[in-house]
Design a protein around this ligand. Structure first.
Ligand code: FAD
Length: 279
């Protein structure tokens, strides 16, 4: 793997939008504590439709008022009309938001004016020019619906041709998956920064259920080791921090252009892992 453009402090945290006012107040506090690590930005995920999507816009606006760093909304094709998308882009523009994470989202029954993430990237470029810096998703282990990695890469490239500036990966626990992916991207002429997505290990059952949903592989040795901790969550979390710290060290040493933490709205263990890494 050739070294990607390095930015030693390119650290970011992903949140999901809380559904209640106390949840939002707690997230603002969590964000304030994570700011000690000097992240480049925090991002807020987008729901499948209706109130879940409104929560993202409200959370982004509130976080933006309480911190000086970029707050980046995720947006997706799910249940999205072009008119609604234009309203959302205007809203973010008016709130000083300059970056977006643009996704297809997972299929819903509601109709959408956009089939794939590349269609949405193209629409944003067509209607707002270069105003937004656009990040998209990348899948080192291949997207679960892709026929094979080559086809997935060809579709990934379409998002870049449509105007994406950078990518964040699905999480993985096998660094070779990322290294091979970066090599393959280079062979396909893809040269945008591709930041690894990092999922800390906090709860075995939750990890299994999230990983099933997004088809992220948990290596057998890791799965078996985690199972062995049984009810001893403290020892399991300590081990999880060690494993993820080593994974991040390997990625950064090989030239990964940053780290994006799926924080699950928690301070720990992301904070401890980042401190271990010297952030
Ligand atoms: P796409 O890039 O559109 O690809 C989807 C699938 O279609 C792939 O298999 C691809 O190979 C194929 N494909 C792509 N383009 C075409 C085409 N033109 N013709 C035919 N096939 C094509 N989901 C949410 O709902 N909300 C979020 O906030 C959210 N945040 C995420 C953040 C990150 C960093 C990541 C990695 C994922 C996130 N997801 C989120 C999940 C994501 O929405 C799903 O993984 C979804 O299934 C694919 O989204 P995508 O943008 O990668 O889709």
């Amino acid at each position: 793997m050739q070294s990607q453009k390095k930015h030693p402090q390119n650290l970011s945290f992903e949140f999901f939008p809380p559904k209640t006012a106390p949840g939002l107040a707690k997230l603002i506090q969590t964000n304030k504590q994570l700011l000690q690590l000097n992240p480049s930005y925090v991002s807020v995920t987008f729901g499948a439709g209706g109130a879940l999507q409104e929560n993202t816009a409200a959370t982004v606006a509130q976080l933006k008022e309480t911190c000086d760093i970029d707050v980046i909304p995720h947006i997706s094709c799910a249940a999205m009309t072009s008119q609604r998308m234009t309203e959302l882009l205007d809203y973010y523009h008016n709130h000083g938001i300059k970056q977006l994470v643009v996704l297809r989202g997972d299929a819903t029954d509601a109709s959408s004016d956009f089939a794939f993430a590349n269609d949405l990237v193209a629409y944003i470029r067509q209607t707002t020019g270069d105003y937004f810096h656009i990040k998209v998703a990348a899948y080192p282990e291949s997207h679960p619906q892709a026929e094979n990695l080559n086809k997935d890469l060809a579709y990934f490239k379409r998002k870049i041709t449509a105007g994406a500036n950078a990518a964040i990966t699905q999480y993985f626990y096998n660094p070779d998956a990322y290294f091979h992916y970066i090599d393959a991207c280079e062979q396909h002429g893809i040269d945008i920064p591709i930041v690894p997505g990092i999922m800390p290990i906090t709860n075995y059952q939750r990890l299994i259920s999230i990983s099933k949903r997004c088809s992220a592989e948990i290596p057998r040795w890791l799965c078996q080791k985690l199972l062995g901790f049984g009810e001893d969550t403290v020892a399991m979390q300590k081990f999880g921090i060690e494993v993820i710290t080593k994974l991040c060290e390997k990625l950064l040493a090989a030239g990964a252009p940053g780290l994006h933490f799926y924080s699950l709205n928690k301070i720990e263990p992301s904070m401890e892992i980042c401190r271990n890494l010297g952030f």
